[in-house]
Ligand binder design. Structure first.
Ligand code: IMP
Length: 213
């Protein structure tokens, strides 16, 4: 029987990425949970040596759970472009370099799409992936994966999100994640908890499995 979290359980969010932390806080608040982040607790950021989203989420969550003795939640996520064989994928953060220059990372994606002749929308399919790992101090782990499909657009549009949001047009929508408010990106409907973004979809699975009530 997996461990369950309650609103009183202190939870550590194993991330140092401010864009993600903002969204994770909003998503957890939606489920009544409050958190401390790894950056607030001055925890070290482990090197992401895994070759899958799951492996990287697990190593981040376990490092924070072991360091604090508290349950820890990590998100490993990325932007995967089909015509680029899923790149940048697990290397999404690294494509932005040490300066975290996502304008450059998006240009790089666009250049590679142009080199492949992928100019028509149907050749530019892509998706975001988020894998959440909840790790307990005893080493138990649970995983939740959310994905959202879309089209890579150029030029980038909007300045509301982070990372690759401005070039991601989610299926069935006419504005990019970069043009959406965070509530639109989460995709919450009044009275419902359905998600739009990869992250809110993963959080719904996490909440259903791990939260009391
Ligand atoms: P990591 O999970 O810390 O390795 O980094 C994931 C990277 O994927 C982020 O730095 C972003 O570049 C990208 N990414 C993940 N989720 C999103 C999102 O919701 N919007 C835009 N970019 C994202």
């Amino acid at each position: 029987m997996p461990n369950k979290l309650t609103a009183e359980t202190p939870l550590v969010v194993a991330s140092h990425n401010q864009g993600k932390i903002r969204e994770i806080r909003e998503l957890l608040a939606h489920y009544g949970l409050r958190v401390k982040t790894a950056s607030e607790l001055n925890l070290e950021e482990p090197e992401e040596t895994g070759t899958t989203f799951e492996a990287n989420a697990e190593l981040k969550a376990l490092a924070s759970a072991k360091a604090t003795g508290l349950p820890a939640l990590a998100d490993d996520s990325g932007f995967a472009v089909d015509a680029l064989d899923g790149d940048p994928g697990i290397y999404s953060a690294r494509w932005a370099g040490p300066d975290k220059d996502f304008a450059m990372a998006m240009r790089n994606v666009e250049e590679k799409l142009q080199q492949k002749g992928a100019t028509a929308p149907e050749d530019r399919s892509c998706h975001f992936v988020a894998v959440l790992c909840l790790a307990w101090p005893d080493g138990e782990t649970q995983f939740f994966r959310g994905e959202v499909k879309g089209t890579a657009v150029w030029p980038p549009r909007g300045d509301k999100g982070f990372g690759y949001d401005p070039m991601f047009l989610p299926e069935g929508h006419d504005i990019t994640f970069g043009e959406m408010t965070s509530d639109q990106k989460h995709g919450w409907k009044p009275g419902g908890k359905d998600g739009l973004s990869h992250r809110s979809r993963a959080f719904k699975l996490f909440a259903d499995a791990c939260l009391e009530g």
